[in-house]
Design a protein around this ligand. Structure first.
Ligand code: SAH
Length: 255
């Protein structure tokens, strides 16, 4: 049987699986802060957009570590409800606002933001397309900081190459992505790979308990079983092929 690809799963089912988890993609507080260390002039006037924010783990890291106002955007309303509830609970409701919207068609004014943040999300609209679209919403000298799936080597085993080409057709090497960023009108300031623990401790390990719960709730449901099998396969492939790919933080400054 042909393996399912991520695009064949129901959006609501994927989101139900993921919104119970703290993070919906690889990453960590430490790496969010490392990326933030490249951004200058953060004040209470700074406006940040966090695109594809999910339930907002990294949004709250940004809120805790900057005095900025943050607009967090995601396509999935369930994640945005959760993000806004967390912001209220932590007392950030006056400067952190989650809204439902699409990263491909942003509901903002031109040059509204000083910083566009996005962890683990740009691959679903395309790296080049996202960088080009988002640039219009950044002030001159504004920053973009995002994570994106990237190859670490020029050649890869066929099994992992196929898996990633199905999920993110444009996946490329770090050097290639830096060139795209520059062509899109940004000065590339930094690119660094997320450490393995961002995938293991912060992404795959917390999923194990969630998978058991999910299979119990959806006993006999083929789509739910296939989704869990898919996520388990993603973890197995990572442990087998992690020297060939990972998430990379790319930080650029609009020219
Ligand atoms: N940044 C979070 C979530 C990453 S998962 C984290 O790192 O934990 C990717 C998120 O992108 C999901 O929440 C998904 O709903 C969102 N997404 C996918 N396509 C989108 C689009 N076109 N516009 C806005 N959000 C989108």
């Amino acid at each position: 049987m042909e393996e399912a690809t991520i695009h064949e799963f129901d959006f609501a089912l994927i989101n139900e699986y993921f919104t119970e988890l703290e993070r919906q993609g690889p990453g960590s507080t430490e790496e969010t802060l490392r990326a933030l260390s490249f951004i200058g002039n953060l004040s209470s006037k700074t406006r940040i957009a966090d695109l594809g924010c999910g339930t907002g783990y990294q949004t709250m890291v940004l809120a805790r570590n900057t005095p900025a106002s943050i607009t967090a955007l995601d396509l999935y309303a369930g994640s945005i409800d959760k993000l806004n509830a967390t912001a209220r609970k932590l007392g950030y409701q006056d400067r952190v606002k989650g809204i439902v919207g699409s990263m491909e068609n942003l509901p903002f004014q031109s040059e509204e933001f000083d910083l566009i943040w996005s962890e683990g999300a740009i691959g679903s609209i395309g790296f080049e397309k996202g960088l080009n679209h988002w640039k219009g919403f950044l002030k001159k000298n504004g920053y973009v900081a995002l994570t994106y799936e990237s190859w670490f080597t020029d050649e890869r085993p066929a099994e992992i190459e196929k898996w990633w080409l199905d999920a993110v057709p444009e996946i490329a090497t770090i050097g290639h992505n830096i060139t795209i960023m520059q062509k899109a009108g940004y000065i590339p300031l930094a690119a660094f790979a997320l450490p393995e623990t961002c995938w293991t401790d912060h992404y795959f390990v917390p999923q194990q308990a969630r998978q058991k719960e999910f299979l119990k709730k959806y006993a006999g449901n083929k789509a739910a079983e296939q989704l869990v099998a898919f996520m388990r396969r993603e973890a197995d492939l990572y442990s087998k092929y992690k020297q060939y790919y990972g998430y990379v933080f790319y930080i650029g400054k609009k020219i």
